[in-house]
Design a protein around this ligand. Structure first.
Ligand code: ZN
Length: 608
C-alpha cells in the first residue's frame, strides 16, 4: 500500500477487524493501568446482563466483553470493538438491575454507533503532530496498532465522546434496554441519582461529570424518548441476582488505594517550631541568562489565556509573583495578600526547553495561598505559596528544504497541552474539543485557553460553564500583554499579565538555603539527552543534589511544593518538569519523530 492509500484509508475509517484489534490492544493497556476485579460472582453477573442486552442491540455479530474495574469512582466506558468496562463504584451505586442495564445499554450504544472510530477520525482531521499520532497515517508497520492503542489510551480519547455521541448512545441504550425486556426508566432514575450525588459525594462522580453531559438534560431526553415506546408494563426492574451481586461486592476487600503518586500540592509538614523566624530578604539572582530573549519571545507567542475563577475572597486567587509584596520572604506572603489595598502585579512564570522537534513551555502560576482545604473542611488549614504549572508543547515547523510525501512541510504549531489533575498528568490536544474528541482544550490563535479554579487553582482547559461548576463567584480573564497590570479592581474583568523567567527561582532553589526553603530534598542526578558535536545525541548527567522544594511559609500553614519537587506519575521528583521530552516520549510512547534530544535546556545549562 502506498503512503497515500494508507492515508486515505486512515481518513475514511477503520475496518471492523482493525477496530476490534485496536479495542483488544486498548483493553490490554487499560488493564495494565487499572485494577480489574476478578471475583467470578460479580464479573459473571455483569457479563450475563451485558450479553443479554447485546442480543437485542443493533450490532451483535461481534463479540462483546464486559469487565469490572475495582475502583470506587462511578463510571463506565466503552473501547472500540466491544470492550466495555464498568467501575465497581457504579455497581454499588445502582439501586436495581434496570439502572445497571441502562448504563450497560448506553455503553453498548457507543459500540453499536462506532463512536470510537468517529473519535479516531476526528483526531486525524485535527491533524495531530508528528510522533503524537502521526503513526496512524503511516504504513502498517508491525506492532503499530499496539502503539496507536497506547497513545489513544494515554490521551483518554475513549473516555470522552462528543455530546451528540452521548445523546445517541442514550437513545440506542434506552431502546436496547426496552427491547431486551428491562424497564428503560432505570436509566432516568440513575441519571437523577448522579445529579444528586454531584451535590454530596463529588469526588466519586468527578470523572463521570468531566466526561459526560449534564445528567438532568439526559434524563429529560431519555424520558421523552421512552414516552414513544408504548407500554412499559411487565418490564423487568430488579432481580435477586442483582442484589446477590451487590452483597458479594460488599463482602470483598475494598478497592485498592490509588497509587500514591506525589501530589503536586502534597505539601510538607508545617514548619517546625523554632524555625528561623526572619530569613534574609534576599531573592534570587535576577541577572540575565543566555537564551532569555528568544525564550521569552516564543513563550509570549503561546502564552495561554487564563480564565481565573475567584472565590468569595478573591485576593488569594490572583496569579502574581513571589515578590509581589516587594520582598523575597515568602513566609509573610499570605499575611501581605490579606492586607487591604492588595493589588498584586499580574505575572506568570515560564521556562522553555527546545529539542530537535519541539518547544516545551512550562507556564507557572503563583498564588500566595491555596485555601481549598479551608473550603472543604473548616478545621483544615490552607496551604501557602501555591505554585501551579501546565505544559504547552509546540511542534517546530519543518525546515525549508525538500518536503517529501513522508515529511510534509509543517507550520510551527501548538501540539499538546498537559495539566496536573489530582497528582496525575493529563494530556489534551488543541481544539480537539471543537471536534468533540477530547475534553475541550480550546485554542485561540495558538494560545491555550485555560481555566484556573478558585481557591485550589487547579489548571484545566477551559470549558464553558466551568465558572458555575467550580463555584467561582466571578472570573477574571488574564491575557499576556507584555506588561504586568495590577489586579484588584473588581469591576475590570480583563487583566494583562507579563511573563517572568522561572530560571532565577530554580537557581535560587539550587542554593538549598534553608532560610528561604522549608523543605530541601536531594534530587539526586538528572540525565537528559543533548545534542553534541554534529548534532549527535549524548547523555548529559547533572548532579542536582540538595534543592529547595517548598518555600518557607507561615508555620501555621502547610507549604506547597514547587514543580521540581513533584512526581506526578510516581517517578523521581522533577522527572516531568526537568525532562519533559524524555518523560512525554516514554509515557505516551512517542515514536522517533518526536525528539528527546535537547538543543536548549537553560535549567540544566544547555544553551542553543
Ligand atoms: Zn457515554
Amino acid at each position: 500500500m502506498t503512503g497515500l492509500d494508507a492515508r486515505a484509508q486512515g481518513l475514511f475509517g477503520l475496518t471492523e477487524d482493525q477496530e476490534i484489534e485496536l479495542g483488544q490492544e486498548a483493553s490490554a493497556q487499560v488493564e495494565q493501568k487499572e485494577p480489574v476485579l476478578s471475583d467470578p460472582v460479580v464479573t459473571d453477573y455483569v457479563d450475563r446482563l451485558g450479553q443479554s442486552l447485546v442480543k437485542k442491540c443493533g450490532r451483535n455479530q461481534i463479540a462483546y466483553h464486559f469487565k469490572v474495574i475495582d475502583t470506587a469512582d462511578i463510571n463506565a466506558f466503552a473501547l472500540p470493538g466491544g470492550y466495555i468496562y464498568v467501575n465497581r463504584g457504579l455497581l454499588e451505586a445502582a439501586s436495581n438491575e434496570s439502572e445497571l442495564a441502562g448504563v450497560l445499554g448506553h455503553e453498548i450504544g457507543h459500540v453499536v454507533a462506532r463512536h470510537s472510530v468517529e473519535q479516531i477520525k476526528k483526531l486525524q482531521i485535527a491533524g495531530l503532530g508528528a510522533g503524537i499520532l502521526g503513526a496512524i497515517l503511516g504504513n502498517g508497520r508491525a506492532g503499530q496498532i499496539g502503539n496507536i492503542a497506547t497513545q489513544l489510551v494515554a490521551t483518554g480519547v475513549f473516555l470522552k465522546y462528543s455530546r451528540e455521541a452521548e445523546r445517541e448512545a442514550d437513545r440506542l441504550g434506552a431502546r436496547n434496554v426496552y427491547d431486551a425486556g428491562w424497564d428503560p426508566r432505570g436509566m432516568v432514575t440513575f441519571f437523577d441519582k448522579l445529579a444528586a450525588m454531584r451535590q454530596g459525594e463529588t469526588s466519586k462522580v468527578e470523572t463521570f461529570f468531566s466526561s459526560h453531559p449534564d445528567p438532568q438534560e439526559r434524563a429529560q431526553n431519555v424520558d421523552d424518548l421512552i414516552a414513544s415506546f408504548g407500554s412499559l408494563r411487565g418490564l423487568r426492574i430488579d432481580t435477586r441476582d442483582f442484589h446477590s451481586m451487590q452483597q458479594r461486592l460488599a463482602s470483598l476487600p475494598p478497592p485498592p488505594a490509588k497509587v500514591a503518586a506525589g501530589q503536586p500540592d502534597s505539601g510538607t509538614a508545617p514548619a517546625p517550631p523554632g524555625a528561623p523566624a526572619a530569613p534574609a530578604d534576599r531573592g534570587p539572582d535576577q541577572s540575565g541568562y543566555r537564551g532569555q530573549d528568544e525564550d521569552q519571545r516564543i513563550a509570549a507567542r503561546y502564552a495561554p489565556v487564563f480564565h481565573v475563577g475567584l472565590a468569595s475572597d478573591p485576593r488569594f486567587d490572583y496569579p502574581t509573583s513571589l515578590d509581589f509584596d516587594g520582598d523575597w520572604r515568602t513566609e509573610n506572603n499570605a499575611a501581605n495578600a490579606s492586607a487591604s489595598g492588595f493589588r498584586p502585579p499580574a505575572h506568570v512564570y515560564y521556562w522553555l526547553a527546545e529539542t530537535e522537534t519541539n518547544y516545551f513551555i512550562f507556564y507557572g502560576l503563583y498564588f500566595p495561598v491555596d485555601d481549598e482545604a479551608v473550603a472543604a473542611d473548616r478545621r483544615a488549614r490552607a496551604r501557602d505559596n501555591d505554585f501551579e504549572v501546565c505544559l504547552v508543547v509546540v511542534e517546530k515547523g519543518s525546515q525549508a528544504g525538500s518536503p517529501t510525501s513522508e515529511n510534509i512541510s509543517r507550520q510551527e504549531r501548538l501540539a499538546l497541552i498537559e495539566t496536573v489533575q489530582d497528582g496525575r498528568l493529563e494530556a489534551f490536544l488543541p481544539n480537539a474539543g471543537l471536534l468533540g474528541a477530547f475534553r475541550p482544550a480550546p485554542v485561540e490563535e495558538g494560545r491555550a485557553i485555560l481555566f484556573v479554579a478558585p481557591r485550589g487553582h487547579r489548571v484545566t482547559p477551559y470549558e464553558s460553564g466551568m465558572e458555575r461548576s467550580s463555584g467561582a463567584r466571578d472570573v477574571l480573564l488574564y491575557r499576556y500583554g507584555g506588561r504586568a497590570e495590577e489586579t484588584g479592581s473588581y469591576r475590570r474583568d480583563e487583566v494583562g499579565y507579563d511573563l517572568l523567567p522561572l530560571q532565577p527561582l530554580w537557581s535560587w532553589a539550587r542554593q538549598a538555603d534553608e532560610a528561604h526553603f522549608s523543605d530541601v530534598v536531594d534530587l539526586g542526578r538528572v540525565e537528559v539527552a543533548v545534542a553534541g558535536l554534529r548534532q549527535r545525541s549524548q547523555v548529559r548527567s547533572v548532579t542536582l543534589g540538595r534543592v529547595g522544594v517548598s518555600l518557607r511559609s507561615d508555620p501555621r500553614f502547610q507549604a506547597s511544593r514547587l514543580p521540581w519537587g513533584w512526581s506526578p506519575e510516581g517517578g523521581p521528583p522533577g522527572e516531568w518538569f526537568l525532562d519533559p521530552a524524555g518523560d512525554l516520549s516514554d509515557r505516551l510512547r512517542l515514536g522517533e519523530e518526536f525528539s528527546r534530544t535537547y538543543l536548549h535546556h537553560p535549567l540544566l545549562e544547555v544553551f542553543r
